[in-house]
Ligand binder design. Structure first.
Ligand SMILES: [Zn+2]
Length: 113
C-alpha cells in the first residue's frame, strides 16, 4: 500500500531529525496532505498506528491537516473557483495547481533530554 511507504519514509525522517537534536521522544507530528496527493488520510493514520511501535514516535500523536486543491492562473495569479473552467478568462492561460498535491511534514514536537 502506498500509505505504508509514506509512513516509513516519514518515520525515518523524524528519527534522523530527532537524532540530530538529541531528542528522547517525539510528542506530536503534523503532516499536511493535499486533496490531490493520492494519499488517503484514514489509511495514512492506520499505517502510522502499525509502524510507530518501537520507534521514537511510539507515543507521538499524528495530526493530519487536509489541504484542499487550489488552482490559479500562472500569469495573473487569479484564483479559480472550484469546478470552474480551468482556463483564465483574462490571459487565456491554462490553470496551474497552486496547492493540493503536497505531502508535507510540517512540524515535529520532540522532547530533548
Ligand atoms: Zn490570468
Amino acid at each position: 500500500m502506498h500509505e505504508y511507504s509514506i509512513v516509513q519514509a516519514l518515520l525515518e525522517r523524524v528519527e534522523s531529525e530527532a537524532a540530530l537534536r538529541g531528542a528522547r521522544s517525539v510528542a506530536r507530528l503534523t503532516v499536511s496532505i493535499g486533496e490531490l496527493s493520492g494519499v488517503e488520510a484514514d489509511l495514512l493514520a492506520k499505517a502510522y498506528e502499525t509502524f510507530r511501535e518501537r520507534t521514537i514516535c511510539e507515543r507521538a500523536e499524528l495530526e493530519i491537516r487536509p489541504v484542499g486543491a487550489r488552482w490559479e492562473c500562472p500569469s495573473c495569479r487569479t484564483p479559480f473557483e472550484r469546478g470552474a473552467l480551468l482556463r483564465c478568462a483574462t490571459c487565456d492561460s491554462p490553470a496551474r495547481l497552486a496547492a493540493g498535491d503536497e505531502i508535507v511534514l510540517d512540524r515535529i514536537e520532540m522532547e530533548v533530554a
